[in-house]
Design a binder for this molecule. Structure first.
Ligand SMILES: [Zn+2]
Length: 121
């Protein structure tokens, strides 16, 4: 099995209505996002996938939510923009753009030490 990882960042604000504590209030994060892909098949160039395409697509997906209030984003009107659901949103957005890519994990860091991941079944 081979695994590759790309990483990017975005800044956004959110508030968590169902959380009782400091995160109920409007605040922001400099989110770090890590996207992993894995598989055992390599292309003729010896690569699992094209890093450049994955990086460019991740940047495009993150640009849509960068410097925004996530609660006002159409993807988070029904459920709150928790780190878990942001990871799920990023995964779905990447798969919509790159349906054949073997994305295996999306991590969203709210801080250097707090991270939530979405791992497809
Ligand atoms: Zn927060």
């Amino acid at each position: 099995m081979f695994q590759v990882r790309v990483e990017d960042n975005f800044a956004a604000a959110h508030y968590l209505v169902h959380y009782h504590g400091k995160c109920e209030n409007l605040h922001g994060h400099n989110y770090k996002v890590r996207v992993f892909a894995e598989g055992s098949e390599l292309d003729e160039g010896g690569m699992l996938l094209d890093f450049g395409i994955l990086k460019k697509t991740l940047k495009m997906v993150l640009d849509r939510i960068d410097h925004s209030l996530l609660n006002e984003n159409e993807h988070f009107t029904e459920r709150e923009p928790s780190a878990e659901l942001i990871a799920f949103h990023i995964y779905k957005s990447l798969k919509a753009e790159l349906p054949d890519s073997p994305i295996s994990r999306v991590e969203v860091f709210e801080t250097e030490i707090n991270m939530a991941a979405y791992i497809p079944d």
